[in-house]
Design a protein around this ligand. Structure first.
Ligand code: KIV
Ligand code: ZN
Length: 558
């Protein structure tokens, strides 16, 4: 990089628009969407999609609800031409869907494009040529009037061929390519020449697509360009203003949203932002941004993971894990404080019957609306706290740890995860819990326990092993646990008392068992938890006591 970038670069000049309206507006409805996955997206792939991949992606786009789909550039290659023919001849285009094809302003290309459309029900022919000063200078070597003439001639060549498509509903789209890098007055001049040539009507409006082919400015500048264009276009009532942003400065989404505020009607883009260089606008993001503001986007992303899979299989691209809405990690919290807030947010929703306006901390929308599961939300690594650990054990295995036990196990689990140096699964956490609490059979192990009682007085007999030696004890108390505590005291184990005891069912059916959580206070005042699992509830509780003793270091070494 150079120390003074102003020697090499300059900011794009602002648009003179003192009475701009867009900053004061809000979005209230969805635009017309047009997917360009099969054209702009496909053109940008190192290995373009073959016909069967294109068909699969086309069907996926239909399933999302796209009603306008740019399917290719039929004059560019045999595959593109064959794909268009296949869609028409196999009747794969639903009645309410319009296919779109792209073509440059060359007569032979227009002829071939029109031939590819014979028999189509509804189509948009999309003509484009570059208009920016750099393209006029270095690509065409032409002056402005010749560029205007190029666009007008291309439009005429299309119009002259309409009789070949009699019986089809054909609409015209024109793009002054590099619109955002073109003088707005000149873009308007070219578009008005095209409009004059095409003669659109309110019933058959023309689409004027104003591409941010390469992002050259901040998104507010694009919005100004769009507002300026809408204000100054003579044929606004017979024109659909369309946006087509790319993402070179990483602001494709912002540019589209602001330009919608500025008056545009239609948006072109791709799934997950595939496209040339940094990609096209990601339609999924803009649509779901509308959705999370309570606006029906008119596109259905209820199965976003499945859509992502189709997209990745067909294009060979991958959706990054942090990609808005669709990335693997975007609804995931590793941080303990985030996990805690999310868990509380879910709990509050549940308490309200799930009907209230969405307001769960850290989650822009309900992942289940996109077919994503709650269990994707909370994942545990060394950054996570007790909340995440507890959430996973509860949501995956129904193991609801008492709050105090969560406080004890959380840091222990955290240390184990830290030592592993990676994320852990719920099953791994369960194993950690079992090792730490349930499988604590040394130095004291329970072999047999029996208790019965009358009128609140229980007597128990237990056989145990302590430090490898058999130990038989008897005792009595006001319940089986109290009787066992009494029996151990009688056998000379250090004094302790049971300060908390909970039990819960674990699993169901023939596999059903019980889990007990037992907290003891040792003679020196420490509070220590134990847990026991058994098909007999009474045995689970006694094993819980044994586990707590072993963990507290009270048994053995006498
Ligand atoms: O980015 C662009 O300008 C294009 C045009 C062909 C519309 O893709
Ligand atoms: Zn493009």
């Amino acid at each position: 990089m150079i120390p003074d970038p102003s020697r090499k670069y300059r900011a794009y000049p602002p648009i003179a628009l003192p009475d701009r309206q867009w900053p004061g507006r809000t979005l209230t409805h969805a635009p017309i969407w047009c997917s360009v996955d099969l054209r702009d997206g496909n053109q940008a792939l190192a290995v373009p999609m073959n016909v069967s991949q294109k068909l699969e992606l086309f069907d996926a786009l239909l399933k999302c609800g796209f009603k306008e789909i740019e399917v290719g550039f039929p004059a560019a290659s045999n595959t593109e031409f064959a794909f268009m023919r296949r869609l028409i001849e196999d009747k794969r285009i639903p009645e309410d869907v319009t296919v779109q094809v792209l073509v440059q302003a060359r007569e032979d290309l227009i002829q071939r494009t029109v031939e590819s459309l014979v028999g189509v029900n509804k189509a948009i022919i999309h003509l484009y040529n570059s208009t920016s000063p750099a393209q006029r200078r270095v690509v065409f070597g032409l002056e402005k009037p010749q560029i205007v003439e190029m666009a007008r001639r291309g439009t005429r060549w299309i119009r002259e061929r309409l009789p070949l498509l009699a019986g089809s509903q054909i609409r015209m789209e024109y793009s002054p390519e590099s619109f955002s890098a073109t003088e707005v007055e000149f873009s308007l001049e070219v578009c008005e020449a095209v409009v004059a040539e095409w003669q659109p009507s309110a019933e058959n409006p023309i689409i004027l697509n104003l591409p941010d082919t390469v992002e050259v400015a901040m998104p507010n500048v694009y919005a100004d360009q769009i507002e300026w264009f809408c204000k100054n276009l003579k044929s606004r009532e017979t024109s659909i203003i369309s946006l087509h942003t790319h993402n070179d400065r990483g602001t494709g989404t912002a540019a589209t949203e602001l330009a919608l505020l500025a008056g545009a009607d239609r948006v072109e883009g791709t799934l997950f932002g595939n496209g040339e260089r940094t990609g096209n606008l990601d339609i999924v993001t803009v649509a779901l941004n509308l959705y999370m503001h309570g606006i029906n986007p008119g596109l259905d992303f209820s199965h976003i993971n499945a859509l992502r899979e189709v997209y990745e299989r067909c294009t060979g691209m991958t959706v990054p894990p942090r990609h808005p809405y669709a990335g693997e990690l975007v609804f995931t919290a590793f941080s303990g404080s985030h996990q805690d807030a999310i868990r509380k947010g879910f709990a509050e929703r549940e308490k309200n019957g799930g009907e209230a306006i969405w307001d769960v901390p850290y989650l822009t929308l309900d992942p289940s609306d996109l077919g994503r599961e709650y269990r994707e939300v909370i994942r545990v690594n060394s950054q996570s706290g007790k909340g995440g650990v507890a959430y996973l054990l509860e949501s995956q295995f129904g193991i609801e740890l008492p709050k105090d036990l969560q406080r004890e196990f959380g840091p222990l689990a955290n240390d184990l995860v830290d030592a592993l140096g990676r994320e852990v699964t719920a099953a791994e956490l369960k194993t950690m819990f079992w090792r730490e609490y349930v499988e604590r059979h040394t130095p004291l192990a329970l072999h047999h326990f029996h208790a019965d009682g009358v009128e609140g007085v229980f007597r128990c007999r237990a056989s145990l092993r302590l430090d490898g030696a058999d130990l038989a004890v008897t005792g009595e108390g006001n319940g089986p646990i109290a009787a066992f505590v009494n029996a151990l005291a009688g056998a000379g184990l250090p004094a302790f008392e049971v300060t908390d005891y909970r039990q819960a069912a674990l699993g169901s059916g023939t596999e059903a068992s019980a889990i007990s959580y037992v907290q003891i206070r040792t003679g020196d005042g420490r509070l220590v938890w134990g847990a026991g699992v058994n098909t007999h509830i009474q045995l689970a509780s006694i094993e819980g006591v044994v586990s707590a003793l072993n963990r507290a270091g009270l048994a053995g070494g006498r």
